[in-house]
Design a protein around this ligand. Structure first.
Ligand code: ZN
Length: 240
């Protein structure tokens, strides 16, 4: 079973389609929230995920776009993008987003946006935070996004270590509890502007991260036409 794990797509349909083409035939798509926010095409992204039967969870931007999370939590540009999204999404898009739970368990995998103990707010950014969350994981492995940084937090020999993925090289998860972050499809922040995603092979218990180029200029033009904040347009080109 090959599962494509996607997070933080952020209304970027061009990046999503590039990732889906790169992943090819998969047995499932799991998405980790922040489907909308920042980018110019929330309806297109939700339509594509619905058509492909993706399963997953809601992120803080998705909740805010639905009016379920205070936008005071967001910085000014993110808030502006949330308000733009609220004003532009179709009812079917809002209904699909509302149907996404905060937590989802599939087999031995827990899916959340932020962290297992606080799916809407906490950023897993250190081994201490990762360890506290691995301790409360109801399953062997957890999948999270929110930071937009591809990374694996794995407990080996009793301690939690951070592993930066090597692109295209499978990492074995056998015998290790941990949290995995596929990185961001639609707004990478690790200095590499290419879309990031992960393939899980459930039979061999391996995770492999990938990067995919896409037409960043086309997305930037659509964002300018939509009058989305300039800083959000610029950051796509530098992956920060
Ligand atoms: Zn995000």
């Amino acid at each position: 079973m090959r599962i494509a794990v996607l997070s933080d797509i952020h209304s970027n349909l061009v990046a999503l389609d590039a990732v889906l083409a790169d992943a090819g035939d998969v047995d499932g798509i799991w998405q980790l929230g922040d489907v909308v926010g920042y980018g110019p095409d929330p309806d297109g992204v939700v339509g594509r995920l619905a058509e492909r039967g993706a399963r997953g969870v809601r992120g803080n931007h998705d909740s805010a776009a639905l009016g379920g999370l205070e936008i005071e939590w967001f910085n000014p540009e993110a808030r502006q993008a949330v308000e733009w999204t609220r004003d532009h999404i179709q009812p079917a898009t809002a209904a699909w987003l509302s149907a996404q739970p905060e937590r989802l368990t599939v087999g031995d995998w827990s899916l959340v946006h932020g962290s297992p103990r606080d799916p809407m707010r906490e950023y897993v950014t250190s081994t201490d935070i990762a360890e506290a969350n691995i301790d409360v994981l109801p399953t062997t492995h957890g999948l999270h996004g929110h930071t937009h940084i591809p990374v694996a937090w794995l407990r080996d020999a009793g301690r939690v270590h951070m592993h930066r993925p090597t692109i295209g090289v499978p990492r074995s998860l056998a015998g290790q509890r941990g949290l995995l972050n596929p990185g961001s499809v639609g707004q990478p922040r690790d200095g590499d502007p290419e879309a990031s995603y992960m393939i899980l092979d459930l039979d061999s218990a391996t995770a492999t991260w990938f990067r995919v180029p896409y037409d960043i200029g086309a997305v930037q033009s659509a964002m300018r036409a939509a009058r989305l904040p300039r800083r959000l347009v610029d950051r796509l080109a530098i992956g920060a």
